[in-house]
Design a protein around this ligand. Sequence first.
Ligand code: FAD
Length: 321
Amino acid sequence: MGKLAVFIETTEDGIKLASLELLSAGQNAGQEVCALVLDGRADAYREELAEHGAHTIAAVTSPDGLLDDYHPGLYAQAVVAAMQDCDCEALLAVTSALGRDLLPRVAAALDCALVMDCVDIDLEAQTARKSHFSGKTWATLKLIGTTCVYGIRPHALSVEAVAVEAQHRIVNVSLQADDNLRVLRVEQKEQTGKVELTEAKVIISGGRAMSNAENYQILFDCAKPIHAAVGASRAAVDAGYAPHEMQVGQTGKTVSPDLYIACGISGAIQHFAGMKTSKVIVAINNDKSAPIFSKCDYGIVGDLFEVVPELSRLLSATTTE
Ligand code: FAD
């Protein structure tokens, strides 16, 4: 059986936590894991990748600098070439925006099975569990063929990091220029210092009940001491209270934090589709018959404008003690 490749997704701040978890998931499954690093900073990540179970760290480079910036076609070529160079049969990557762009191209180039947004996988049996119809049903899919590409929902797999001795390997790939797609510009996101939704272990989301954009400040205040991210329902986004990048749900982001706190959110199926794999769900709603109460682990019947500030006060007191 070939090795398992893990595509390492990075930002300016370093490796995405969800990518590190995939290394551990592969290692926990008894696989020989190869981390594919395409951003030119493999050396800097060496320790962190080894700590999470990468047996091989493949620094994938292109002599003509074609990997300096993200380009879906060139990145796909490089991933395929690196997998072949490192003798990898399966690929894991996070189903992030970049993963959704990249993985189908890799699978097409390898002419192999692809499954996206998995919440559980069995690499030996080549099966993957994922939801369908906005989370109304769950299916376990069997992937056919020896080469498979798995997109994993961020933080969905429960893993334990075990450090290993990692080998460093430089993989020089020669790429065919891809004129079908040209990256015209890359817009840097404004540096707000806020925690990114798909990276967060704790998310506090506000719905239509927030009533305006300014009121979201109480959620940010609550989130700060525990490094949580702030999300929103579509009703709140549509009303202009929060930007679309904060939307959780079927047409927003899919998240699996350890703790999801829904404030003034009714619990529509489309919202639930994006957060139902959260480990613990807490709902704060002033309507005791709101549907969210039948789907949460803990429910607080109350006015969020009273409950959230009290929660902030308690969290600040606990974290400064
Ligand atoms: P509401 O349903 O209006 O609920 C507001 C809740 O706040 C109520 O339960 C109310 O009791 C409570 N409340 C009011 N005041 C207070 C207070 N002071 N304190 C505490 N609680 C209070 N929705 C998403 O969220 N994400 C998606 O990605 C998404 N995609 C969709 C895709 C499609 C194709 C469709 C058709 C819909 C989609 N929706 C999505 C919309 C979804 O159906 C719901 O309309 C939406 O989730 C409702 O948002 P909400 O819970 O904030 O608002």
